[in-house]
Write a protein that binds this ligand. Structure first.
Ligand code: G
Ligand code: G
Ligand code: MN
Ligand code: NA
Length: 253
């Protein structure tokens, strides 16, 4: 039984689950969105994190059905949040193969119709490397996503080989500062320079900046001082189940 075969089996048996990590708006101190993060509830090995299996999934065609499973689940859960009185943005990670797959836009529209989830609450997190693989195709797809009302966040911003000029051409809404720049942002002058520069690039282009991997109050104070718009990380909350998220939102009000 290879990992690949096991993953295929897991999709059929519905062993995957989506967890949601809250995203806080710093100037209002309130939850404005969540990032959907996949987990595998393995019958023998317990919860397996995506770092362990997504690279294999993304190397195979399995990313297509799994990617649609994630989108559909996120839209269903997002619909439930709206119905419960919590109209939050749901951010979904989209991989390269999925974005460039045949019928991506049509399948997406079908999922939106089937679930009745309003696209204005849907955000797609896409890495720079995904966009750079085929710039023209990516630009076309992103424009179509924008037309649907979906927002676009650049994930892991600044971590991979890329040029900044794509920001001019792609209809992006948000830059996510990778957690590798946040971990030592209190002590490492290089990380200070990088993090504050990413916030400045975002603001100068009229975009929002979100910091990932915020774990301490000192990091939060720093980010507020530099007017970072949003943050997520263990300081606020780990990724949690939909039910826990709803409990958290109820106690926030
Ligand atoms: O939760 P964890 O830190 O292990 O996530 C590792 C990486 O897996 C994340 O950076 C994220 O980009 C990726 N990932 C998590 N959930 C999904 C998903 O639903 N789809 C895709 N394509 N990637 C995901
Ligand atoms: O999409 P992305 O690659 O950014 O995925 C975010 C991942 O980071 C998730 O798998 C999540 O479990 C993990 N994560 C979230 N918050 C923190 C944090 O504060 N510290 C660390 N080390 N990891 C985090
Ligand atoms: Mn992400
Ligand atoms: Na990231």
């Amino acid at each position: 039984f290879t990992l690949q075969a096991e993953l295929r089996d897991a999709l059929e048996k519905e062993e995957f689950a989506l967890y949601y990590q809250p995203q806080f708006e710093l100037h209002t101190n309130s939850i404005v969105g969540v990032e959907a993060l996949i987990r595998w509830h393995h019958p023998d090995r317990g919860v397996i994190l995506p770092g362990r299996f997504m690279p294999v999934v993304e190397d195979t065609d399995l990313i297509i059905p799994l990617g649609y499973w994630v989108l559909k689940k996120a839209c269903e859960d997002g619909k439930r949040l709206v119905e419960e009185g919590f109209p939050l943005k749901i951010a979904v990670n989209i991989s390269a193969k999925q974005l460039s797959s045949e019928n991506f836009l049509q399948r997406l529209k079908d999922i939106l119709n089937e679930t009745g989830f309003s696209p204005e609450y849907l955000e797609m997190e896409i890495t720079e490397s995904v966009l750079m693989k085929n710039k023209q195709q990516a630009a076309d797809i992103l424009r179509e996503l924008k037309k649907l009302g979906i927002s676009i966040a650049i994930d892991d911003f600044g971590t991979s080989y890329s040029s900044l000029n794509y920001l001019k051409y792609f209809p992006v809404d948000k830059l996510k500062i990778d957690r590798s720049f946040i971990g030592d942002v209190i002590s490492d002058p290089n990380d200070v320079a990088i993090a504050t520069t990413i916030i400045a690039i975002a603001h100068n282009l009229g975009l929002r900046a979100t910091a990932e991997g915020v774990e301490t109050e000192e990091q939060l104070i720093f980010l507020k001082l530099w007017q970072c718009d949003e943050a997520q990380g263990f300081y606020f909350s780990p990724p949690v189940t939909l039910d826990s998220l709803i409990d958290m939102l109820k106690s926030e009000n």
